[in-house]
Every structure is written in structure tokens, then in C-alpha cells.
Design a protein around this ligand. Structure first.
Ligand SMILES: [Zn+2]
Length: 655
């Protein structure tokens, strides 16, 4: 990280001109006409003043080259000729990695094997290749997607594989072969044309095999089972071939089957993937989100296609992405349509027939409920429910206007319904959270360490402010840690010889005193990370140590933390503490007033939240006629009110 010079890194992709202490260039993340990208060499960050994109050298490489965090680090190390010494693995890790790698190797071998049969044997050419050519796939396309043919038992994969020294264990674990009860090996795929499924980085992870037999007893498709290298809910067919086209077009077209993807590519439309073999999952949507936030669903116009599209839209909206739907003529699917029309016509059709989800839903639902007022009301409610899951408030409002206009409704009524739905959902989340916390305090033992695999699951959340009542306060405290954690506080009457207290010490001591932990997961991660990293920053002035901490946050893998930290540094968040700090002089004196005030305010908010909960419970107890519970709760409420008054008095002292 120390060797990286951000102006060099970005300069490899963007022509930069020096302007004062910064550099300016055309932003590669939007269609930039005047240079809007500013690169600060001293701070090690970039920011686009048009589209708002900001980050460090690492996040620039991740976004621009579509690399993961470790991949970006390797890229930078290579650029600066730094050898990366990978951490020594435990025996278990090494075994796991070896197995993983071995499964990939055996899958790659199988892909070559099936491909070889397709092109270089009589059976392959006569059956497999002629089938693909009949479907009008060009040889170039067949090679681009690595298609192959699994022949009958005379050309079996497992015999060839064992001869070439591939372990039987991996043949079975990759799902390529099946072990019979008597111990014999058998191929999973035979008499089928083979579609290899690639990972996002282009490794073969699984296969889909389609039969050419017309017998009803033979399954049309056989797919690889789940394995260490293949999780179908986290894979998209065609993502490797489509990813750069998706980023370039800033749109991903989602279709249903392998042939749909291939025919669209062949016609020249390459930003296309399929969720084949499974209904669209959240994980698949998030994979697309790495490249674009716009999805167009192109499904068959038949009943099954419409159902799949309806299910997909809500999931996509919930992930904060934009969704459009295109229905093809009922007799067509994307495969046949792309073959029957040249690229321009397909693109024109998509452009003309793309509709937003409100139009799509209302068209479909009104077809089913023509003239029935009850059905109509149900349909409107259904659309309102879809709008309510959209995380972004402005976008919600836009859709509310559309809906109001189209169905001649009052937008205020719709907004009220949405607020109600969102409140219900929040309430549900809260009670779930409460229940979790209850289990936690009852039995902290087994809960302490999250089960393996879940710990590194990214936390996806709404904008923190709307997420939690306390989030605003927690953000201010996190801001104080990141920007001023090493600064010292001075209190009136404190004599010069007494140990100085830093902002970080003060915050931690005051929260631990009342056993308070941040509720918001993002701020909690920042908080924990601060205190676990701080001891390793030993030398330097206060400012130097603070800068080292900021740099540490900016270079982390967790994108949410990096973004939040950049927002703090670039002052893009509205923060109350900023106003105070500006008003008061000198800095240490300001902090000594501001930080304690923030802590008290935060505690007061916690107490207020408790009071609100108790008040609700009292109402519920009254409703159910439980006098005893009601009395107990009132007692609790009185105690909390006393604490609230005490905190208000403390707060007044600080003003
Ligand atoms: Zn930009």
C-alpha cells in the first residue's frame, strides 16, 4: 500500500493532467465530456465530481478491471514488482485448497474431453456437432462457449480419466461420475450435448447436458449436482463471456436457457446471462450488481415465463436495482427470436418493448382481472407492495407518481400505504432482532462464534439512517473515532500531571461502563476495527497516527467501510459534530466538549428507544388484560424516565 502511487495506477487507464496538487482526467465510470475525475496524490484517493464515484487505488482497480480485492492487490503488487508471500496455510486449509483446485482441474479436463469428442470423433461430429449446426450455432460460437458431446459408454469419461491419472475421488466429488453400490464408476453424462458452466473468472465449474433423444422417459436436461466448486444459486450461465459487455452497456439482460444466451451472443448482443436450472436468486442478482444496476428480463411470453418474470422483479427491486421486462411474442423465445432477426432488429424490439415493472405487472394482472373491481384493488395493492421493497426513497416516490397517474389514485394514499408496509417490515425485523438478542443473553456459549462460512458473509443493509433510530448517533461517534480517535481531551480542573485521555479511550470507557454496543452493523465493524488496529500504530505524532488509521480503513477489503471512511474524509456526510467542531476553537478544546456531549446524546437515544418499546408493550399488556405485566412495565418505564431526566441534565451542563 505504501508503494502504490494512485496517480500512476489511474494514469494507466486515464490521461491525467496536473492541476495544483491534484490531477484531473476524464472519468471512466460515466460518459465524461469535461474532466471531472480528480485524483489526490497526497491523500491517495480519487473522486469524480460528476457521478460521485470515489475511492482509493485499490477500489479503482477493483471497479475498473472488475477484480476482487485479493486480485486487485496481486495486480498492484505485479505493477510495482513486489513479491507477495501468501500466508502459510494450515494443513486443513491446504487440503481444502488442493481439493478445490483438483476439482477445477478435473472439470477442465472433462470439458476438453467432451469438446474433443464433438470435433474429432465420428459420433461427435455426426450427432453432437450436426445438432449444434442445425440450431444455427456457428463453429466460432460453439468454440467460444466450449460446447461438447458426451457419447455412449464406448467413449466413457471415467475410463479415459483414470487412465490419465485423475483420482476417482475427484471424479465423484465433481459430480462427473457416479459411484454405484457395487463400487463401479459410471459417467453421469452420456448421449448428451454438453454446455460447460464457467465461473466468473472463466474456470469450468459444472455442466448442463441436453439429451437429443425424444423419448419421454429421458430427462431433457441433466445438470452437475452441487459440489465444492459449484453452487447453482451463485452461478450464472454466460457470466464469464458477458461480464465486460455488461459493464460497458451498463445493463444486464437476463434470459432463461443456455441456448438463449448463446444465440443472443451470436447475434452480437453480449451482455446476456441466464439463471438456468434455478429460479433467480439474490446471490445471482448481487453478482450482476458488481457490473451494473440495470437488469432487463427477457422471458418467453408464455405462462411459465410470465411467472418467472413476476418473481424476479421483486427480488431485483429489493436489491435496489432497476428492472425492466420485455415479453417476446408468445411463439418465440430469445433463442428463436435472436436467430430469426438481425442484431439491429433485436435491439430495436428490446428498446421498444422494455417496460418498467409497474406497466408489466399491471398489464399482466389486468389481463387476469378485467372489469372486476376487487381484483383491480388487489392488483394495485400488489404493485404497491413491490414499490415498498425498493430501498431508495426517491425512486419509490417516482414509481408512486407513475402508479397514481396510471390508476387514477391519490399519491398521498399510496405513500401512506407504503409507509405502513415499511413500518410493518421494520417492526418485524426489530422483533426478530429482539428475539435474537434474547437467545443471545440466555445462552451466549454456542452463539459466540458464527458458524464457518457465515462470518465473511457481507452485511447488506439499507441506508443506515433509516435503518435504525440510533444509527445517526453511532455514525457521529464512528466519525469521531476515524477522524479524531488519537486526539486528546482536556477537562476543566484536570491537572497537568494526570494521564491524558484520548477521544478513543473516552468513547470506549463510557460505552463499556454501560455495556453498550453499536447496533448498526457497519458502525459496529468500524468501531471494532478501530480498537483492534489502534495498538499496532505505535509511533508518530497524533496527526500521523490518525492518518495511518484513516489509510488503514481506506485499504480494507470491506467496501462499505471504505466508502463510509471516504465519506468521512471527503465530508460528504451531514454530520452534527462537524458543525460543532467548526464553531469552537481550538481543536482540542472543541473535542473535549463535543465528544462527551455525543456520548450522552447517544445514551439518551438508547433510553428513549427503551421507553418507546416499553410504552408499546404496556399498550399490548393493557389490550390483553394482563394487569401484573402492565404494572411491572410501568415501574420499568418510571426507572428509564428517571435515567432520561438525568441524561438531559448532564446534556444541559455541556451546552
Ligand atoms: Zn464519473
Amino acid at each position: 500500500m505504501d508503494a502504490v502511487r494512485i496517480e500512476d495506477v489511474i494514469g494507466d487507464f486515464v490521461a491525467l493532467r496536473k492541476r495544483g496538487s491534484n490531477y484531473l482526467g476524464l472519468c471512466p465510470f460515466h460518459a465524461d465530456k469535461n474532466p471531472s475525475l480528480s485524483v489526490s496524490a497526497t491523500k491517495g484517493i480519487f473522486k469524480c465530481f460528476s457521478c460521485g464515484k470515489a475511492g482509493t487505488a485499490v477500489s479503482f482497480i477493483m471497479d475498473h478491471e472488475h477484480l476482487s480485492y485479493p486480485e486487485a492487490l496481486r495486480y498492484l503488487a505485479k505493477k510495482y514488482n513486489i513479491e507477495i508471500v501468501e500466508e502459510e496455510e494450515t494443513a486443513e486449509e491446504a487440503a481444502h485448497r488442493m481439493k478445490y483446485e483438483s476439482l477445477l482441474v478435473v472439470s477442465e479436463y472433462a470439458q476438453k474431453f467432451y469438446q474433443d469428442i464433438l470435433w474429432n470423433t465420428d459420433t461427435g461430429r455426426n450427432i453432437g456437432l450436426s445438432y449444434f449446426r442445425e440450431r444455427q450455432f456457428t463453429d466460432e460460437t460453439i468454440r467460444k462457449f466450449g460446447l461438447g458431446y458426451a457419447a455412449d459408454r464406448t467413449l466413457s469419461l471415467h475410463k479415459d480419466a483414470l487412465q490419465h491419472g485423475y483420482k476417482r475421488e475427484y471424479l465423484v466429488d465433481s459430480g462427473l461420475c457416479i459411484e454405484r453400490d457395487n463400487g463401479d464408476l459410471a459417467d453421469r453424462f452420456f448421449d448428451r450435448v454438453m454446455f460447460p458452466i464457467y465461473s466468473i473468472s472463466g474456470r469450468v465449474i459444472a455442466f448442463g447436458g441436453r439429451t437429443l433423444s425424444h423419448e419421454k422417459t429421458v430427462a431433457k436436461y441433466v445438470n452437475s449436482p452441487q459440489s465444492d466448486i459449484y453452487d447453482k444459486s451463485r452461478s450464472l450461465y454466460g457470466i464469464f463471456q458477458a461480464k465486460s459487455a455488461i459493464a460497458k452497456a451498463d445493463r444486464c439482460i437476463l434470459v432463461e436457457g443456455y441456448a438463449d444466451v448463446i444465440s443472443m451472443h451470436q447475434t452480437g448482443i453480449c451482455n446476456v446471462v441466464a439463471s438456468s436450472g434455478t429460479a433467480l436468486t439474490v446471490e445471482q442478482i448481487r453478482m450482476i450488481k458488481r457490473f451494473t444496476s440495470n437488469i432487463t428480463l427477457i422471458y418467453d411470453g408464455d405462462e411459465a415465463g410470465i411467472k418467472a418474470a413476476l418473481r424476479g422483479t421483486d427480488l431485483i427491486l429489493e436489491e435496489g436495482m432497476n428492472v425492466q421486462v420485455v415479453l417476446l411474442p408468445p411463439e418465440d423465445d430469445p433463442d428463436s427470436f435472436a436467430k430469426a432477426h438481425p442484431r439491429v432488429e433485436v435491439e430495436e424490439y428490446i428498446a421498444e418493448h422494455s417496460v418498467d415493472f409497474i406497466t408489466f405487472k399491471s398489464d399482466i394482472l389486468s389481463r387476469q382481472s378485467a372489469g372486476d373491481p376487487i381484483q383491480r384493488a388487489r392488483m394495485i395493492n400488489d404493485i404497491i407492495r413491490s414499490i415498498s421493497v425498493i430501498p431508495d426513497a426517491i425512486l419509490r416516490t417516482v414509481y408512486v407518481e407513475t402508479l397514481a397517474e396510471r390508476f387514477d389514485q391519490k399519491s398521498d394514499d399510496i405513500l401512506a400505504k407504503i409507509a405502513e408496509l415499511r413500518e410493518k417490515k421494520r417492526e418485524l425485523d426489530r422483533s426478530r432482532e429482539r428475539a435474537e438478542r434474547y437467545t443471545y443473553t440466555q445462552d451466549p456459549g454456542p452463539q459466540e462464534a458464527p458458524p464457518p462460512g457465515e462470518a465473511d458473509e457481507p452485511v447488506v443493509e439499507e441506508a443506515p439512517l433509516t435503518n435504525s433510530f440510533l444509527a445517526a448517533q453511532e455514525r457521529e461517534l464512528a466519525y469521531c473515532l476515524v477522524k479524531f480517535g488519537f486526539h486528546q481531551l482536556f477537562f476543566p480542573g484536570q491537572d497537568a500531571s494526570s494521564q491524558a485521555v484520548t477521544v478513543a479511550d473516552y468513547i470506549r470507557a463510557s460505552l463499556e461502563q454501560d455495556e453498550i454496543k453499536f447496533e448498526n452493523p457497519l458502525y459496529r465493524r468500524i468501531y471494532d476495527e478501530f480498537y483492534s488496529f489502534a495498538p499496532s500504530i505505535k509511533s508518530g505524532t497524533v496527526l500521523e497516527r490518525q492518518e495511518a488509521m484513516i489509510k488503514h480503513f481506506q485499504d480494507m477489503e470491506d467496501r462499505l467501510i471504505v466508502q463510509q471512511c471516504l465519506d468521512f474524509v471527503l465530508d460528504t456526510h451531514e454530520l452534527k459534530v462537524k458543525e460543532y467542531v467548526r464553531m469552537l476553537e481550538p481543536e482540542e478544546a472543541r473535542l473535549s466538549l463535543v465528544v462527551p456531549r455525543l456520548v450522552i446524546l447517544y445514551k439518551k437515544r438508547i433510553v428513549e428507544q427503551h421507553c418507546a418499546r416499553i410504552t408499546r408493550s404496556i399498550a399490548e399488556a393493557e389490550h390483553s388484560g394482563d394487569m401484573q405485566l402492565q404494572l411491572r412495565l410501568i415501574g420499568e418505564l418510571q426507572t428509564f424516565n428517571k435515567i432520561k431526566i438525568f441524561l438531559s441534565q448532564e446534556l444541559a451542563k455541556k451546552d
